[in-house]
Ligand binder design. Structure first.
Ligand SMILES: [Zn+2]
Ligand SMILES: [Zn+2]
Length: 339
């Protein structure tokens, strides 16, 4: 089968690989249909991912159809599925508490083990969710949106809460969309006027343009000096995360959706006087995938606007390399692998 392999940083090629073969008990063989390209994939390609072993087949935002099932798998052959790419051990403390998204021994397809930029992939059946009428193109968008949906659920906010999402990339936009679906009053902050114009013009969000004015001043103006009840940071930028603490209102919550490699430093007196809640959010759970799929089905997610670029498996080495640095107009790119 054809697969796109990242042999080393900057070296992405189309290779012939052996087919994965018959699925073991509890697993299914899936013919890949669509694969979204994520910030993580660009980082792997550029060698910026902290613990990645090369060569690696990337791809974790995936839809496909079931080709063959191992023993004890209840899925029908030909069934359209959404892939949950977080393979969990089922035994650790997090798994025992129903949180496989932060499993101690988690293996993410396309990161810790080979992913879906290929014609076929073997996946545990418990990681396959029937698309239930969602198109295969839409089904591949569920994972990246589920990251935001999970973060919003982690925040446990009341409808109407004044909410700031920092970072208007795909994860930030997904967070903002699901915050709005949850009834929160959402503003988006970014340093890119182009991204904010998209968020405002196409998606109707209030925006704070950090390239035009000091962010502290923008936050003061937007909230009458009170700060936001709820702040999500989806930038992956250490300085942004550290300054986000100051944008939270007294009694408010800060949710870290993205991850940075560094230590985060904040003022404890400022944190304490707010009685701030600090929340981590990692990956997503089945409930989040279900919520996102239902929201796409009922038209609450303007997916057609988010998917701005398309390519094929054969053209992925060229296009992914280009999109890693040509970000203008790019929100989400999708690889059309099969039908
Ligand atoms: Zn992703
Ligand atoms: Zn586990």
């Amino acid at each position: 089968m054809k697969a796109v392999v990242c042999r080393s940083p900057g070296d992405l090629v189309l290779e012939d690989r052996a087919e994965p073969g018959a699925p073991p008990a509890g697993w299914a063989l899936v013919a890949v249909s669509h694969v979204g390209i994520c910030g993580t994939d660009y980082h792997i390609f550029e060698g910026k991912h902290p613990f990645l072993a090369y060569p690696r087949i990337m791809g974790h935002e995936v839809s496909g159809t079931v080709v063959e099932t191992g023993e004890g798998v209840g899925l029908a052959i030909g069934e359209a599925v959404i892939i949950n790419p977080y393979l969990a051990c089922g035994k650790c403390i997090a798994c025992r508490q129903g949180k496989p998204n932060c499993c101690v021994r988690i293996e993410v397809l396309g990161v810790h083990r080979d992913g879906a930029m290929a014609e076929q992939i073997l996946v545990p059946a418990q990681n396959l969710y029937p698309a239930n009428g969602l198109s295969l193109a839409d089904a591949a968008a569920v994972e990246f949106l589920a990251i935001g949906a999970h973060a919003v659920r982690r925040a446990r906010a009341e409808p109407g809460a004044r909410t700031l999402v920092i970072g208007a990339g795909p994860i930030g936009l997904g967070t903002a969309l699901f915050a709005r679906i949850a009834g929160l009053d959402v503003s988006l902050l970014d340093m890119s006027t182009e991204r904010l114009d998209f968020a405002k013009g196409e998606l109707g969000f209030a925006t704070l343009d950090g390239s035009q004015k000091a962010v502290a001043e923008l936050v003061r103006e937007a909230t009458g000096g009170e700060g936001f009840d709820l702040v999500f940071d989806a930038t992956g930028n250490t300085a942004s995360v550290q300054s986000a603490f100051a944008h939270v209102a007294h009694g408010g919550t800060l949710v870290l959706v993205s991850v940075v490699k560094d230590d985060i430093v904040f003022s404890d007196p400022e944190f304490h006087k707010r009685e701030m809640t600090l929340v981590g959010s990692r990956n997503a759970l089945k409930a989040d995938f279900d919520h996102v799929a239902a929201s796409i089905r009922n038209g609450a997610v303007p997916l057609a606007k988010l998917v701005t670029h398309r390519t094929t498996l054969a053209d992925t080495p060229r296009d992914l390399a280009r999109w890693a640095h040509e970000k203008s107009g790019l929100i989400k790119a999708v690889i059309e692998v099969g039908s």
